[in-house]
Write a protein that binds this ligand. Sequence first.
Ligand code: SAM
Length: 257
Amino acid sequence: MLDSSESLKISSMERLWNTSFAHQIKQGAYNTAPVEAIVRSVAHHFRAKEFTKEDCRKLKFLEVGCGAGANLGWLAEQGVRISGIDISQEALSLCHKVLKHKGLAKNIDILTHGSASDIACPDEHFDGIIESCVFQHLPSDLRVKAFSEVVRLLKPGGLFIGHMLNRKHTTYKKQVDKMNQKEPGTLFLNRENIKEKINLEDIGLTHFFTKSEYKKLLKGCSIINPCESVYELPKVEANRRGYDHYKHAMWIVYAVK
Ligand SMILES: C[S@@+](CC[C@H](N)C(=O)[O-])C[C@H]1O[C@@H](n2cnc3c(N)ncnc32)[C@H](O)[C@@H]1O
C-alpha cells in the first residue's frame, strides 16, 4: 500500500513521463531498439539453462517501466510470454501499438498502468523481470519498494536483469557538487542545472547506484552479480554535449532469486 506522499510522487512521475512520451511520439524519437545489455544478459541466461524455443514459450517475463516496448518485443520474438507495467499511459498505448504492429500482441499476458513500487500481481508469478533505466528515476522510498516487488514477484530461481546508472558516469562526476545531500548518489536534473541538453534532460530525480546498494536492495536473491558497462562517447558527440570526454557508465545487475 502507498501512503499519501508516495501517491503524490507517483502522480508527479506520471505527469513527467506522459509529457516525455507525448514529445517522443510527436518527434518519432522513442526507443525502438532492445537494450543491448538486456538482450546479452537474458540470452546468456537462456543459453546457460539450455532453454529451447519450446522452453521459452513456457516462460513469463515482466518488464518494469516497459516504455515503447522494444525489450518486450525482443523477448516475445524468443517466444516468451510478456508482461509490462509503466507509469505512463502514453507509453503503454505506444507499447501496445508497437507490439501489435510487429505481430507480437499474441504474446502479451498483462500490459498495465501502474508504479514499479506497487505491482498488482501475485507472488512468484514471473520467471524473469527486467528493468532498464527505470529504477534510477525513483525516489529512495519507492526505489526500495520497487526492488522488493522484484524479489516478491520472481519465482524461486527466477532471473532479474537491471540496467542502471553507475557513478563513473560523466554526468555524475561533473554534477556531484549539485547532489542532494540528504540522498547520496541522487541528482535532480533539469534544464537549469545540467550542462548536456541531450539525453538526461528534464527527467527530474536521477540516482547513480553503487555496488553495495544491490546486496541490500535485492535481499532474497541468492546470486547478485553486478557488472559494469562503461563506454566513451565519440568525441564529436561529447563535444555536442559540452564536454571533451563523456563516459556513459551503467550497471548491469544479474540476480537470481
Ligand atoms: C528511460 S525510459 C526506459 C523505457 C524502457 N525500459 C526502455 O529501455 O526502452 C523509463 C520508463 O520508465 C517508466 N517509469 C518511470 N517511473 C516509473 C514508475 N514509478 N513505475 C513504472 N514505470 C515508470 C517511464 O514511463 C518510461 O517508460
